[in-house]
Design a protein around this ligand. Structure first.
Ligand SMILES: Cc1cc2nc3c(=O)[nH]c(=O)nc-3n(C[C@H](O)[C@H](O)[C@H](O)COP(=O)(O)OP(=O)(O)OC[C@H]3O[C@@H](n4cnc5c(N)ncnc54)[C@H](O)[C@@H]3O)c2cc1C
Ligand SMILES: *[C@@H]1O[C@H](CO)[C@@H](O)[C@H](O)[C@H]1NC(C)=O
Ligand SMILES: *[C@@H]1O[C@H](CO)[C@@H](O)[C@H](O)[C@H]1NC(C)=O
Ligand SMILES: *[C@@H]1O[C@H](CO)[C@@H](O)[C@H](O)[C@H]1NC(C)=O
Length: 544
C-alpha cells in the first residue's frame, strides 16, 4: 500500500465532495430564491449544509407503495407544491434555471415510484400537485374541468354532487379513489365503465399544459399531435398537465353490483377462469365482470385458492342475474349476492375503502392502508386452455402473497381505433392481466425473494399471453421491461406499452421536448439528432 497516494486520493475526494456539495448547495439557494421571487410559497428544500432532508411528512404522504419508503433513490432536493397555474409554471422554470430535474406528482400511485424517486440523474425536485384539485362540473354540456392534482375520488364526488337528480352523470376511470388524475389519465385510465364507455383518456376534450420552456398551451395552442400524446402516452414525459377537460357520461339511476368469491380446488378455480374467458369479454357493454385470483390479505383468512368476481351492471339486479345464469351458470350467482345502488354508491362499494365508508369519504386523498407491492401486466388475445390454466393456478398457489386481477375488455374498449390515442390495446384484446405480489412486512431479504418470484411467474406466463411484442399497460409500469439509461433501446419496452404508436410518440417527443426536460426511467426519449449531438446519437437516447 502506498500511503502517499492514499492521502492524495482522500484529499482529492474530499475536495470533490466539497465542491459537489457546494454547487448543489448553491443550486438549492438559487432554487429557493427563484421560487420566492416568483410567488411560490409552499416548498421545502433539503439543506446539505445543515444536513436536513425535505419535509418528510409531505414527501411520504403520496408515496403509495412502501417499497419506496426507505429507498436510497428517495432523496429529492426539494418538494414544491404549486397552488395555481402561475406557480406551477414558475416551479418548472425555477427548477430548470437551477438545473434540477423535475418529477411531477399527482396522486403518487406510480407503480415504480417515478413521481418521487429517481435512480441517479443528478439532483431532482418533486413538483407535487396535491394543492391543485379544483373541479368545475358543467351539467349543461356534460363536461368537467379538473386540475390534474385532483384524485379520482374527488372527481367522482364532484360529479355526483353537481348532477341533477333526474339525470345522474358519471365518468369512466379507475376504481381506486386516491389515484391522481394527473398520472392516471396520462396513461389511459381503465375502470368499471370502460366496456361501456372506454378509457378516461378517450373522453379528454381539452387540456392545459405547461411545456418544458414554460409556455402555457390549451388544445388549440398545443396542436393535435401533442394533444394526442398526452392522452395515454404516459405521465412525466410531455410537460406538466395543469388541467383536463373531460366529457362526462350519463349513468342509470340504479346499478347492480356484487363482489362474490368462490373457493375450491385449484382445478375448480381454473375451470371458473376458463369459463369466465368465454363470457366476460362478450357480455353486453353494460356488464363489467372481472376476476381476482389468489391471495387475500391477511393470509390467515385464506383457505386454499379462491376466485373473486366483481360485477357492475348498468341496469337492474334481476337483469344482471338473468344474464349470468344464462351465460355463466358455473358462477351460481345468488339473489342475495347482488345489490342495487346508485352509481356513486357503487364507486364506494368497489373502492376498497374500509367498511362503512360513505360518498363523502371519496374526498379523502390519503391512502390509509399502504403495502409493499410489485406488479406486471399482460394482454390476452387467444383464450388460455384449461390445462394451462390448471398449471398456472397450481404455480400461483405456491405463493400466498401473489394474485392476479383479470380485467375484461371488449365492448367500447375494442371499438376504438388502435391509433386514436396512444393506448393501443383495442380490437381483438379479450382481457388484461395484472400480476401482483404484495406484502406487509418490512424486511429487505423478503423483498428480493418476492421480486424474484414474480419475475419467474412472468416468465412462466410468457407462452400463454399476447406476443410479438408481449404487451403491457403503461399505467401498470414495470421497470423490468427496460429503462432509459441502460443499454437497451427504449423501443423494447416502448412497443410493449404502445405497439404501433411508439414511433409517433417518439416523433412528438422530439418536436416538443428535444432536450428531454421531462424524463424518467421509462419516458419516451426524443430522437438524438434533433438535439445536435452529432455522432453521439446513441448516447443521447440514454441521456439522464
Ligand atoms: C392502488 C392502485 C389502484 C389503481 N387502480 C387503477 C385502475 O383501476 N385503473 C387504471 O387504469 N390504473 C390503476 N392504477 C394505476 C394508476 O392509474 C397509475 O399508477 C397512474 O399513473 C397513477 O397516477 P397518479 O397521479 O396517482 O400517480 P403519480 O405517481 O403521481 O404519477 C404517475 C406518473 O405520471 C406523472 N404525472 C403525474 N401528474 C402529472 C401531470 N399533471 N402532468 C404530467 N405528468 C404527470 C408522474 O410524473 C409519473 O411519471 C392503480 C394504481 C394503484 C397504486
Ligand atoms: C403546503 O401544502 C400542504 C398540502 O396542502 C399543506 O399541508 C401545508 O400546510 C402547506 N404549507 C404551507 C407553508 O403553506
Ligand atoms: C356550461 O356549458 C354551457 C354550454 O356550453 C355554457 O353555455 C355555460 O356557460 C357553461 N356554464 C358554466 C358555468 O361554465
Ligand atoms: C369470501 O367472502 C366472504 C364474505 O365477504 C369473506 O368472509 C371470506 O373471507 C371470503 N373468502 C375468501 C377466501 O376471500
Amino acid at each position: 500500500m502506498n500511503s502517499n497516494i492514499d492521502a492524495v486520493t482522500v484529499l482529492l475526494l474530499l475536495f470533490l465532495l466539497h465542491l459537489g456539495g457546494f454547487t448543489r448547495h448553491a443550486a438549492s439557494e438559487d432554487l429557493a430564491s427563484c421560487l420566492k421571487t416568483s410567488g411560490v410559497h409552499n416548498f421545502s428544500i433539503a439543506s446539505l449544509a445543515e444536513n436536513f432532508p425535505v419535509n418528510d411528512h409531505i414527501l411520504k404522504f403520496s408515496i403509495q407503495n412502501r417499497r419506496f419508503f426507505r429507498s436510497s433513490l428517495l432523496s429529492p432536493a426539494a418538494v414544491i407544491l404549486p397552488h395555481d397555474l402561475h406557480s406551477l409554471r414558475s416551479s418548472i422554470l425555477c427548477c430548470r434555471g437551477s438545473s434540477f430535474a423535475i418529477r411531477l406528482r399527482s396522486g403518487g400511485h406510480s407503480y415504480e415510484g417515478l413521481s418521487y424517486a429517481s435512480s441517479g440523474d443528478g439532483p431532482f425536485a418533486v413538483v407535487d400537485l396535491m394543492n391543485l384539485h379544483r373541479i368545475d362540473v358543467n351539467t349543461t354540456d356534460r363536461t368537467a374541468w379538473l386540475q390534474s392534482g385532483a384524485t379520482l375520488g374527488q372527481l367522482y364526488h364532484a360529479i355526483s354532487t353537481a348532477s341533477e337528480e333526474n339525470r345522474p352523470l358519471g365518468f369512466s376511470a379507475g376504481s381506486c379513489p386516491t389515484v391522481g388524475s394527473g398520472g392516471h389519465i396520462a396513461g389511459g385510465g381503465f375502470g368499471l365503465l370502460s366496456r361501456m364507455h372506454g378509457l378516461a383518456a378517450d373522453h379528454v376534450v381539452d387540456a392545459v399544459i405547461v411545456t418544458p420552456d414554460g409556455r402555457v398551451l390549451d388544445r388549440g395552442g398545443m396542436g393535435e399531435d401533442l394533444f394526442w400524446a398526452i392522452r395515454g402516452g404516459g405521465g412525466g414525459t410531455w410537460g406538466a398537465v395543469y388541467a383536463w377537460k373531460v366529457r362526462l357520461q350519463t349513468v342509470p339511476h340504479r346499478v347492480a353490483a356484487f363482489i362474490v368469491n368462490r373457493s375450491g380446488s385449484n382445478r375448480h378455480i381454473a375451470e371458473l377462469i376458463e369459463a369466465w374467458q368465454w363470457v366476460a369479454p362478450d357480455l353486453p357493454d353494460e356488464f363489467y365482470l372481472s376476476c381476482f385470483v389468489g391471495g387475500s390479505l391477511p393470509e390467515s383468512v385464506r383457505t386454499g385458492m379462491s376466485a373473486t368476481f366483481k360485477g357492475l351492471y348498468l341496469g337492474s339486479s334481476e337483469e344482471a342475474r338473468s344474464i349470468l345464469s344464462d351465460q355463466f351458470p358455473g358462477l351460481k350467482l345468488r339473489e342475495e349476492e347482488v345489490k342495487e345502488m346508485s352509481w356513486i354508491e357503487s364507486i364506494v362499494f368497489f373502492s376498497g375503502m374500509k367498511k362503512g365508508s360513505t360518498v363523502h369519504d371519496l374526498l379523502d386523498r390519503k391512502l390509509h392502508v399502504k403495502t409493499f407491492f410489485k406488479a406486471k401486466s399482460d394482454y390476452v388475445r387467444a383464450r388460455i386452455s384449461l390445462p394451462d390454466l390448471i398449471r398456472a393456478v397450481d404455480l400461483l398457489s405456491t405463493e400466498p402473497k401473489a394474485y392476479l386481477i383479470i380485467d375484461p375488455y371488449g365492448g367500447a374498449m375494442n371499438r376504438r381505433r388502435a391509433d386514436e390515442i396512444p393506448f393501443p390495446h383495442r380490437s381483438g384484446t379479450l382481457y388484461g392481466i395484472q400480476h401482483l405480489i404484495e406484502w406487509m412486512d418490512d424486511d429487505d431479504e423478503g423483498i428480493e425473494g418476492y421480486m424474484q418470484w414474480i419475475r419467474e411467474w412472468y416468465e412462466f406466463m410468457g407462452p400463454l399471453v399476447s406476443s410479438g411484442p408481449r404487451a403491457a399497460y403503461v399505467n401498470y409500469m414495470d421497470l423490468d421491461l427496460g429503462r432509459n439509461g441502460d443499454a437497451v433501446e427504449a423501443k423494447v419496452w416502448g412497443e410493449k406499452y404502445f405497439l404501433g404508436n411508439y414511433e409517433r410518440l417518439v416523433q412528438v417527443k422530439t418536436a416538443v421536448d428535444p432536450n428531454n426536460v421531462f424524463r424518467h426511467e421509462q419516458s419516451i426519449p426524443p430522437l438524438a439528432t434533433s438535439v445536435g449531438f452529432a455522432g453521439c446519437s446513441k448516447l443521447n437516447n440514454f441521456l439522464f
